[in-house]
Write a protein that binds this ligand. Structure first.
Ligand code: ZN
Length: 250
């Protein structure tokens, strides 16, 4: 049912979704605030695809670590720009997890039911096209969600990922301050960490993340994807990437 709705929407370039249910007992997507597998850290990166993904991916890979990228569709770059396509493929092929940050970085709690689905399906479709996966996880912009967002996510087979550690890079923290947060947390040594960072900030890519990886690994953590830190699968299904066509615009 959902799959056919998505297929139809591809043709029309407009989301066609089930009507919002009126019954009170709606199902809700699980909301994840932290990892469950002991001794793991999931470093997550929002707001890409962006140029710094290469340096972040390489910093992770060279240290035997994995990360998770929550991509927007139309934020710092358009997801169908060739540069963005290349960036997504690079991170995915390096073994990092890719997931949805929804299309236009809107506060989903301010949108209608149809608009919420529209923001969601466009990025899912893009990831199906570009790397051949249907993500099992999404992060709502600003971490904002309500019952409608959770029900829409549930219908789409996705869990909602928040965080339990914020590097502060998107809210004015300097690189030194972000590094201090990682240093202090490494010393406090919680069992797990689900860390928010932003792919679009140069000092995050070039300074904070290399430092954070080294500190966290020195503290004995395994740096893994969100799916791995939960012991779950990253994607609802996987298939072959598609060849770009003129339809790749929305
Ligand atoms: Zn964001």
């Amino acid at each position: 049912m959902l799959f056919s709705a998505i297929a139809l929407s591809v043709l029309a370039c407009v989301a066609t979704v089930e009507a919002a249910p009126t019954n009170e007992k709606r199902q809700q997507a699980q909301v994840i605030y932290g990892c469950t597998q002991p001794n793991t850290v999931a470093l997550t990166f929002d707001d890409g695809p962006y140029w710094y993904i290469y340096d972040i991916s390489n910093a992770l890979t060279s240290r035997g670590a994995k990360g998770t990228f929550f991509f927007s569709g139309n934020n710092y770059q358009r997801i169908y720009d060739q540069g963005a396509i290349d960036q997504i493929k690079y991170a995915y092929n390096a073994g990092h997890q890719v997931a949805s940050h929804t299309w236009g970085h809107k506060d989903l709690t301010s949108l209608t039911w149809d608009q919420i689905h529209d923001e969601m399906w466009r990025v899912e479709l893009a990831l199906q096209r570009i790397v051949g996966v249907q993500p099992a996880f999404m992060r709502p912009p600003y971490g904002n969600y309500d019952d409608e967002v959770l029900y829409a996510s549930y219908i789409r087979g996705q869990k909602v990922v928040i965080w339990d550690f914020d590097s502060g890079d998107s809210v004015g923290a300097s690189a030194a301050e972000s590094k201090e947060r990682y240093r202090t947390t490494s010393l406090n040594r919680p069992s797990t960490l689900l860390a928010l960072n932003h792919e679009t900030i140069e000092s995050t890519a070039h300074d904070v993340i290399p430092y954070a990886i080294d500190r966290l690994q020195s503290a004995g953590y395994r740096l893994v994807t969100v799916a791995e830190c939960l012991g779950e699968q990253p994607y609802q299904w996987t298939g072959a990437p598609q060849t770009p066509t003129s339809d790749w615009r929305c």
